[in-house]
Each structure stands twice: as structure tokens, then as C-alpha cells.
Design a protein. Structure first.
Length: 415
């Protein structure tokens, strides 16, 4: 009998899909990276805790298989050790979650949130579900790791080796393999959490009242990573523009893979001139191997818009929100440590949406569309150009077809 596998990434903003699929589920496969479990143990345990504590999972006694991925690597933790590490971390999390629930007496979920027995350390055989731990790895016939397995199944092979890509609307789910989307309305529409001990990677956004009840604070809206120690003052390294005064170090196969100096966060402004070419030719991509990079557009009043074409856009039938569109072009890393063009995608973003790039994700320098657009950016840098930003020129341009304003209607209510 055919088996249907539904791939749900672990990003907190995509987890509501897990609940939606539970009614028809016959079992659960939980995949973790056993090669770096020590670094991600808390986040992995928090997500697994949420799954195990789900009342539907418990009532249906769904069998759960924990696949310890990358088992072929020397740094991989054996399945038995993975089980022990997760059990110990879940025991610790029970105390944290119980304390948080005590702050919200009357919560209907309080009784069902506790895993195992109160007077004993947690063990997986305390559960009504059968939980097994197995080795797992995904490699190709020639022994290379299959990088595409990181993508959701329905996105694999979506973009073949082609010179033309059509830009799509920016959404959290579609953009997840490349980074986070910073969209307040989308975050506010998601299930929220209240326990401040939970991290951004392990639960829904943290929403609390602030400023004596006159404001709402939404915290941990994106994952921020600096994969280097941060003690040394940073020197500004501008995003690549080969015609600029601070061109980044071109990427070569001789690029060192080790970090030479620490880094510090660099908060900057970018003012991006509009790019008029249609379709837009993407001729190069860049990456920041050790740091996330965040772009947040800054709204500029209508009277500051460039006169050329602005009045026609704003006075016509196109919604005023379309005036500040920008284009995000991203790709995953390939087996040759260069952009995998088959994973290249383009997204049309609006002024209320920010984006982040995960460390090592290839992306085009920011592309403003109809109007000059300002951004606030955050990145960790150490002044070593080859570590801060690496640039690759594509063998052939990829042409990005961009829908006209109004063809892809924004989903946010008119401001």
C-alpha cells in the first residue's frame, strides 16, 4: 500500500501545519542532525517535547521514529546516546515548562503538558507511544551528501538548470530554506507563547504586553547567528557591488575555511537605488559564511519619493503599498561549494516585510524595484573580506521575471 510522506520543516512558524495533518497521520518521523546535536540539543528537545505533549499524538498512540541523520559522519552521536541526551533535556524542560504554566493558572493545557511521571526522570518508555531511535543518512550513489534533502519535498527540483525564474510572493513557508521573513501581521496571526525561557527556534513568537499595557512586544522574530567569537571591533564591509569602492573579496577555491579573527555586530543603513531592467539579470551571488544578515525596509513618506514615475504609481489603480517593493534572490550551496542554481528562487517583498539570510545562503545584493528604498541591516563582521562576504559570478545570467505592481496583490490590509 502506498505511503504518503508529508515533510514539515522545524521552523516555529511552520509548525501549525503539523497539527493540521495529525488527524490523518499513522505515524511520525522526527529527523534530527546527530552530527551537531550537542549544539542544538535544547532546540531539538523543545520541538520534540511539543510533539510528544500534543494530546492528539498521545490519544492516538502514534508510533514515533527518531531518525539520527548524518550517522555516517565522525561527529555523529549514536542513537542510544541521542535517546539519553534527549531524555535528560526533556526532564529539565519539564521543570521549566511547569514553572511557566504556574504563572498562568487555569490554562486548560497545563495538565496534558507534563511528560512522564512527576517523581521520576523522564524516559521515553513512560509514554503511551512507541518511540524508536535509528541511524539515518542521505547520500548519493557517488558518496556525496545530498544537499537538496534540506528542502521541503514539494520544492525539490522546482527550479531546474534554467536561465529564467519568475519571482513569487514572499511568504514564511516558501522562504524558510533560505532564512526568516519578518512580517508582524503574519507573526501576530500565529499561535503565541508566554514563557520567556523558550527560545525563538523552539516555539512560536514570544508576544507580551509592554509599556504599561499600551504596546505589544513580539520578540525572537528571527534566528540571529554569529558562528565566530565576537570580541574584536568590526570594520564595515559593504555588500558586493563590483563598481563600488569596497568590493568584497572574490570567492576562490583557495578561500580559507577557518575563522582568523572574531567579529562584532554591525548595524547599518542601506539606501538602494531602483533597478529598472526587466527581466532582471542576476549575474552574481554573494554569501556571508559565518553570519546571518537581516534587511528591514524603512518607510519613507510619500513626499520623499523620487518624482520620476512615483506619482503615476501612487495615483493609479495600484495600491499605494506596492510603491516600495523589493526583490530577494536566493540559492542554496552546492556540492562544489558554489551556488546550486537549481535551488535559485526569487521573491517579491513589500515594505512591511523584512528578511534574513542564513549563514552560507547565497543571495543577490538587495534589489529595490519601483522606488529608492532604505533598509536597516544587521550582520556580524570582522573586517576580513573573504570571511565577511564571498562573491561568485554565475556562468550565465539568470533572468528574473518580475510581476508588475498589482499582479500579485499584497495580503496585508491597506495602510
Amino acid at each position: 500500500k502506498p505511503v504518503v510522506l508529508i515533510d514539515i520543516p522545524g521552523n516555529p512558524r511552520l509548525r501549525p501545519q503539523f497539527t493540521e495533518e495529525l488527524d490523518a497521520a499513522r505515524g511520525i518521523i522526527f529527523i534530527l542532525d546527530s552530527a551537531v546535536l550537542g549544539r542544538n540539543l535544547q532546540q531539538v528537545a523543545m520541538y520534540l517535547y511539543d510533539i510528544l505533549a500534543n494530546p492528539v499524538v498521545a490519544s492516538k498512540e502514534l508510533p514515533i521514529t527518531v531518525l539520527c541523520n548524518k550517522a555516517d559522519l565522525m561527529t555523529a552521536v549514536p542513537p542510544a546516546k541521542v535517546q539519553d541526551m534527549l531524555a535528560s533535556e526533556i526532564t529539565r524542560l519539564r521543570t521549566t515548562r511547569s514553572a511557566a504554566l504556574d504563572l498562568h493558572e487555569g490554562d486548560d493545557n497545563a495538565a496534558s503538558d507534563f511528560l512522564g511521571f512527576e517523581d521520576q526522570p523522564f524516559k521515553f518508555d513512560h509514554l503511551p507511544n512507541e518511540v524508536t531511535f535509528e541511524k539515518y543518512s542521505v547520500v548519493s550513489e557517488d558518496g556525496d551528501r545530498v544537499l537538496g534533502s534540506y528542502l521541503p519535498i514539494h520544492h525539490q527540483n522546482q527550479v531546474k538548470m534554467t536561465s529564467t525564474v519568475t519571482a513569487e510572493p514572499l511568504t514564511t513557508a516558501a522562504y524558510y530554506p533560505y532564512g526568516d521573513v519578518l512580517d508582524l501581521d503574519a507573526l501576530m496571526a500565529m499561535p503565541t507563547r508566554t514563557a520567556p525561557t523558550f527560545t525563538a527556534n523552539a516555539s512560536a513568537p514570544l508576544v507580551i504586553k509592554a509599556n504599561q499595557g499600551t504596546a505589544i512586544r513580539v520578540a525572537h522574530i528571527a534566528e540571529l547567528l554569529n558562528l565566530r567569537p565576537d570580541l574584536r571591533p568590526a570594520n564595515t564591509a559593504v555588500n558586493p557591488d563590483d563598481k563600488g569602492n569596497s568590493a568584497p573579496q572574490p570567492y576562490t577555491t583557495a578561500t580559507p575555511t577557518t575563522v582568523t579573527t572574531p567579529a562584532q555586530p554591525n548595524l547599518s543603513f542601506f539606501r538602494c537605488a531602483p533597478r529598472s531592467a526587466r527581466p532582471f539579470p542576476a549575474e552574481l551571488l554573494e554569501r556571508h559564511p559565518y553570519s546571518t544578515q537581516v534587511f528591514i525596509p524603512v518607510y519613507r513618506a510619500v513626499d520623499r519619493l523620487a518624482a520620476d514615475g512615483a506619482d503615476r504609481v501612487l495615483a493609479g489603480t495600484v495600491n499605494r503599498q506596492c510603491a516600495y517593493r523589493y526583490l530577494v534572490v536566493v540559492a542554496l550551496n552546492g556540492k562544489d561549494d558554489r551556488p546550486d542554481v537549481s535551488t535559485l528562487r526569487a521573491f517579491v517583498a513589500h515594505r512591511w516585510q523584512g528578511v534574513s539570510y542564513r549563514p552560507g545562503v547565497w543571495h543577490h545584493p538587495m534589489i529595490a524595484l519601483e522606488q529608492e528604498t532604505d533598509f536597516i541591516t544587521l550582520i556580524w563582521e570582522n573586517g576580513a573580506a573573504v570571511e565577511d562576504c564571498q562573491v561568485v559570478h554565475l556562468a550565465a545570467p539568470v533572468h528574473i521575471c518580475i510581476p508588475e505592481p498589482g499582479e500579485q496583490q499584497p495580503t496585508r490590509p491597506k495602510l
